[in-house]
Design a protein around this ligand. Structure first.
Ligand code: NDP
Length: 483
């Protein structure tokens, strides 16, 4: 058979190979020699050891700085005066003193955050759900790990329990925003603790993978690819079961707080609850697609993923919701906008979500079909065009197929563009009174462009001239005819 060609229609004619019911050929090898070589290759990212140390110190410091700006200054970015005493007083009085008094990790905060973490882990271990195979792992000679995808039962159970707890007074959800700083401190401490535990236990168990030899860099990138407790995959659990639900409940807490004090929930506050609901729901209802994603098959479980999932995502991506409530508490006036502006942002969010959901589904379902792990699910909502019938693709010499149909025939990273559309809408809904609600968008632009360059470099190495053909076939990365 010719080494590569475009389209799916010739498959059955030229060679009797196994194809899925949807006409997608199954991947013949589990892994190739090239996969093994690339999987072991250490590439220094993020400025190497110096860069990652700066990030490990910088992330928590920045989170506290943002918290102080939101909690005490209505989102205004505070700065020290340009003198030694000015800087000293800024660090000691404006930041450290406020963190110690207002964000101390007290017992209630520990119970709230660690209680949820524990509950979420127990659910992930015990609740029913389909079992899905991941991609063949080069480090395990092509073995495919199994993932129990019970995110949906966890999510629905959590929604019901939280409503019952709130209305019966067992746990008022407004306690989250009332103790926000302290809960964030617990999350930060847990982010470090879990990173250390995973790193040390991986070392003791000899589960090192792709190590650079520099302690700080390895701690940041991680030692183990797939740390597990029994059948609980810690990386997948940490990616989906803690950050997004916590983020959602922070926004719900802000909305309930507003309702308690004002008797209504404003359109911007409701917008943030909807935005975070869509994101967390997407992660749970499409969980079976996640084992074939880049984080699961390639990234190790180090500080970068653990800290960011346990603390960074929920406590920085929520700044729009926090800004809305803090600004209202300080001025007594809720932030609102004109009807056309508000409608425009709701449409931007929903269109972004549609492309994000269907874009991820199209590619991941295609990859699942190729992997032989595809399954049909009725999890709500199943959007039209989420699964491509008889899709076109490029066959590569490596053996993998590159999808060139649906959103993937229009751009190489359509799901990133959609994610960015949603993230800018999270900022715009707060107006223009503070930079902080736009932090997520700015940070995300950096994260995704960096991810694109890493991914493109890796794919160019992996697929060689087939990658060039793919780039010719789909020339734009984010937006057709623009970039
Ligand atoms: P991708 O879904 O882009 O996965 C990249 C891999 O997919 C590539 O390495 C390649 O793997 C494969 N691939 C690329 N193009 C094709 C194609 N045309 N056909 C088939 N396979 C292809 O990566 P992410 O995991 O980064 O993104 C998943 C989602 O998660 C995105 O929507 C993103 O926005 C979101 N995300 C959100 C974050 C947040 O903080 N909110 C952070 C990071 C991601 P192979 O080598 O196997 O071919």
């Amino acid at each position: 058979m010719a080494a590569s060609y475009l389209g799916s229609t010739m498959v059955a004619v030229e060679e009797k190979e196994k194809v899925s019911a949807n006409g997608v050929p199954l991947f013949k090898h589990t892994v190739t020699k090239l996969d093994e070589k690339m999987d072991k290759e250490v590439v220094h990212e993020f400025g190497g050891p110096v860069g990652v140390c700066a990030m490990m110190l910088g992330f928590p410091s920045l989170m506290y700085y943002f918290w102080v700006c939101l909690e005490y200054h209505q989102g205004k970015l505070i700065t020290p005066s340009y003198s030694l005493e000015g800087i000293q007083s800024f660090v000691l009085d404006d930041i450290i003193h406020k963190v110690v008094t207002g964000a101390f990790p007290h017992l209630l905060a520990i119970k709230i955050y660690m209680g949820f973490v524990l509950y979420s882990a127990i659910c992930a271990y015990t609740l029913p759900g389909p079992v899905v195979e991941g991609l063949g792992l080069p480090s395990l000679k092509g073995k495919k790990l199994k993932y129990l995808c019970n995110g949906l039962s966890f999510w629905y159970l959590t929604l019901v329990l939280s409503a019952v707890f709130h209305y019966t007074g067992i746990f008022r959800l407004t306690l989250i925003i009332d103790n926000f700083g302290s809960i964030m401190s617990v999350a930060i401490i847990w982010g470090f603790t879990m990173s250390i535990l995973v790193y040390v236990i991986s070392g003791i168990m000899g589960k090192h993978h792709r190590m650079s030899g520099n302690f700080f860099y390895d701690f940041f990138m991680g030692a183990c690819l797939n740390p597990r407790i029994g059948h609980l995959d810690l990386k997948m659990w940490a990616e989906t079961r803690v950050p997004w639900p916590v983020l959602f409940y922070i926004s719900v807490s802000c909305a309930l707080k507003q309702y308690e004090s004002k008797g209504y929930v404003s359109a911007p506050t409701a917008f943030m609850v909807l935005a975070h609901f869509l994101y967390v729901n997407a992660c749970q209802k499409g969980e079976e697609c996640i084992p074939t994603s880049w984080d699961i098959f390639y990234e190790k479980d180090g500080f970068m993923l653990i800290f960011w999932n346990m603390a960074g995502v929920p406590f920085t991506y929520c700044m729009s919701s926090i800004y809305l409530i803090k600004s209202e508490q300080a001025t007594g006036i809720s932030i609102t906008h004109s009807l056309p502006y508000t409608i425009f942002l709701y449409i931007l969010l929903l269109v972004g979500y549609y492309v994000f959901d269907t874009g991820n589904s199209q590619k991941n379902r295609f990859r699942m079909e190729q992997n032989g792990s595809f399954m049909t699910r009725k999890a709500f909502p199943q959007l039209p065009w989420g699964h491509l019938k008889n899709p076109s693709f490029i066959r590569t010499e490596h053996g993998n197929l590159l999808l060139t149909d649906g959103w993937w025939g229009i751009a190489r990273k359509p799901h990133y563009t959609a994610d960015l559309m949603m993230s800018i809408s999270w900022g715009l809904i707060t107006g223009f009174g503070s930079f902080l609600p736009y932090f997520y968008f700015c940070f995300f632009v950096f994260v995704l462009t960096h991810r694109v360059s890493r991914d493109m470099e890796r794919c160019a190495k992996k697929y060689g001239k087939d990658w060039d053909r793919y780039c010719e076939r789909v020339p734009y990365i984010f937006i057709p005819y623009v970039f």
